[in-house]
Design a protein around this ligand. Structure first.
Ligand code: ADP
Ligand code: MG
Length: 627
């Protein structure tokens, strides 16, 4: 499976072909409001953050005290040539230095752990939310979007809390204290520094904001480029076979050029920023130095005071430069927070009712569709896909669903365990609307196997027992028998063999048989199979069908089928067309009476004949060690 980190900007989303729908454009929310929402998460770390801010402020004040001690030294012992008086002051300098470094160390120790904990908690909540959000949410969000929120946005928030927020406070305090000292030392010179500081902060903020826009764009473009490389590596056989390598190289080159252009613009913005950061203070210093030296010459200012003035002014350089980018960092954290809460606020539309009802009566697995309508949330403009499906499956009965490609068979099957909710009408199990049942209970009663057999990076046993963690080995073996998945015993570690993305790779037919085993394990009341035998060769299919027959005897089942042989497993067949069940009956009756049904299955018979001849060739269905 390819997970591509997707573009976050509007323009990129439009260009990128793998993004299913453009990510929602962020509505303008005041930065402060977005940041305030982080408070509940930050609260446990608050004592540490306050401690961290206090220690950092004390450390900065130590730094500012330094030049003042030097002033005393110059105007005192140095001017008076008094060696003895030098020692206590030198000792004081040493103490200040030790205190400053010690305080910085304490600050780091204080904040690192609690802040990491905040990030971990937020990430855990996000993961939890993603698990609970309905399938319709995941339909409209690309994996890349969710990944970037879970990884880079949370890292941005952590940096803001642990560093940005603390230093915004510390540096503002340092600035205010420092400027007060400067004004006290010499108010004329102090005014110059203070007056030039404000435009500098504004300019830094402006440039930083521009820089961040470019930085984000460059990140997106790197992501696009990586996606392109990933896809072309994974699809290399197809690309070669269709002679598209040259086309892709050109595409790659075009994107690489875009990235280069962005990087160059980044470089030009950052160089302008540095020019400002260096030039403005130098101008201020030059001006104050010029005026200061004249004042010293006139005797209006002591030499020690001038040195102290410059010492303090130099110490204010970083706080002043940084305020701009700390503000920009806050902005970035605000939008990261907004993006985070966009996912956290997405409604969980499919939930257990407050007072779930127990399934009634002794009847087990009576499944009924009554006037079921359905439309995908991300296709609001199109007509309903299902427009009044009526179907009654008696307890223990097996009904096959037959319909053209795209007629909504898969969709119909995903309604039964509420992967999607019907938009009108209702589905009942044993007479109770499935929306009134406890969700986990419903999902343990209704077992499904989808067309696309998804296996996880885990052992065969864990994959089969996915929905029934308390199942025994006996259950697993029984299910494997039904699914004709005897090949498991030939795997290097039997049931313990790791399969899936990071384990042994299995053939399509093997995957389907494991998915089928997963569906039938622990004898569910209702079994929903979406064309579960499509990837099997005709002999295995016949074996699986024979074994399935024994399971189906006691189970209510809905089986999407494409082939006559699968259809024959069912007691009755329902034809899905135009969003409705247009015919229900026994296979042979429908063949005779319903031309549409005959057409659908007849096409398949030819197809099946050709498959049969292929299947008689030696098969190579052995597990291969994956990359
Ligand atoms: N998540 C979705 N959002 C919007 N449309 C969808 C979604 N999933 C499927 N569809 C559309 O619904 C129709 C029925 O799909 P499906 O139920 O998979 O058909 P079938 O299984 O009968 O081949 C198709 O036209 C398909 O494009
Ligand atoms: Mg389908």
């Amino acid at each position: 499976m390819s997970i591509s980190v997707q573009a976050t900007t509007e323009s990129n989303a439009r260009e990128s072909p793998t993004c299913r729908t453009p990510p929602a454009v962020l509505a303008r929310v005041p930065a402060v409001r977005s940041l305030r929402r982080l408070y509940p998460y930050a609260r446990p770390a608050l004592p540490a953050l306050i401690g961290s801010a206090i220690t950092a402020t004390l450390a900065m004040l130590c730094g500012l005290a330094f030049p003042l001690v030097i002033q005393q030294i110059i105007d005192g012992p140095v001017a008076a040539h008094d060696r003895a008086a030098l020692w206590p002051l030198a000792g004081l300098l040493l103490a200040l230095g030790v205190a400053e470094s010690g305080l910085f160390w304490i600050r780091r120790m204080l904040s690192a752990r609690p802040i990491m904990r905040v990030e971990a908690a937020m990430r855990a909540d996000l993961y939890d939310r993603l698990q609970q959000l309905p399938v319709s949410f995941h339909d409209s969000w690309s994996a890349g979007q969710l990944m970037s929120r879970a990884v880079s946005d949370l890292a941005t928030i952590r940096r803001f809390m642990g560093f940005g927020l603390v230093f915004l406070f510390v540096n503002l305090t340092t600035f205010i204290v420092g400027v007060s000292i400067l004004l006290a030392l010499s108010w004329q010179l102090g005014v110059i520094i203070a007056a030039l500081a404000l435009p500098l902060v504004a300019l830094c903020y402006l440039y930083e904001t521009r820089y961040q826009v470019l930085a984000r764009r460059s990140q997106d473009q790197v992501g696009d480029l990586a996606t392109l490389v990933e896809e072309s590596v994974l699809g290399i056989r197809i690309l070669k076979a269709f002679g598209r390598s040259g086309h892709l190289s050109r595409q790659f080159l075009a994107r690489a050029r875009q990235l280069r252009a962005t990087e160059l613009r980044k470089a030009s913005v950052i160089s302008a920023l540095w020019a400002v950061i260096i030039a403005v203070p130098e101008i201020a210093f030059g001006l104050t130095l010029f005026l200061g030296i004249r004042q010293v010459a006139d005797g209006a200012l002591s030499a020690g005071t001038l040195v102290a003035f410059f010492g303090v002014a130099l110490g204010l350089r970083w706080p002043i430069d940084s305020i701009g980018w700390l503000l920009a960092m806050s902005n970035d954290a605000a939008s990261a927070s907004q993006r985070y809460f966009e996912v956290m606020d997405a409604p969980i539309t499919i939930t257990s009712p407050e007072h779930p009802r127990a399934t009634g009566s002794s009847a087990r697995g009576h499944l009924r569709f009554s006037d079921v309508h359905f439309r995908f949330a991300d296709a609001p403009a199109s007509p309903d896909l299902l427009r009044g499906v009526d179907l009654d499956v008696a307890p223990g009965e097996t009904v096959a669903i037959v319909g053209a490609t795209g007629s909504g068979k898969t969709t119909l099957t995903s309604l039964v365990n509420r992967l999607y909710d019907v938009t009108a009408g209702c589905i009942t199990v044993d007479g109770v609307d499935i929306r009134q049942l406890d969700l986990p209970a419903l999902r343990s009663q209704v077992s499904v196997a989808f067309e696309e057999a998804t296996l996880f990076s885990a052992s065969v046993r864990e994959n089969v027992l996915l929905g029934r963690p308390d199942g025994t080995d006996q259950d697993v073996l029984q299910a494997l028998r039904v699914a004709q998945a005897g090949f498991v015993h030939d795997l290097p570690w039997g049931l313990e063999t790791r399969i899936g993305e990071q384990g042994l790779s299995l053939s399509g037919g093997q995957r389907q048989r494991l998915a089928l085993a997963r569906a039938v394990v622990g004898s569910p009341a209702v079994l929903v199979l979406d064309d579960p035998l499509s990837a099997l060769d005709i002999h295995t299919e016949a074996q699986v069908e024979r074994a399935l027959r024994s399971v189906l005897v006691g189970t209510t089942a809905l089986i999407v089928a494409h082939r006559a042989s699968t259809v024959q497993l069912a007691d009755r067949v329902a034809l899905l067309a135009d969003g409705r069940i247009t015919a229900v009956g026994i296979h042979s009756e429908l063949l005779d009476a319903v031309p549409a049904y005959r057409d659908l299955l007849a096409g398949r018979e030819d197809h099946q004949a050709s498959r049969a001849s292929r299947a008689s060739q030696p098969s190579t269905r052995t597990a291969q060690v994956s990359r």
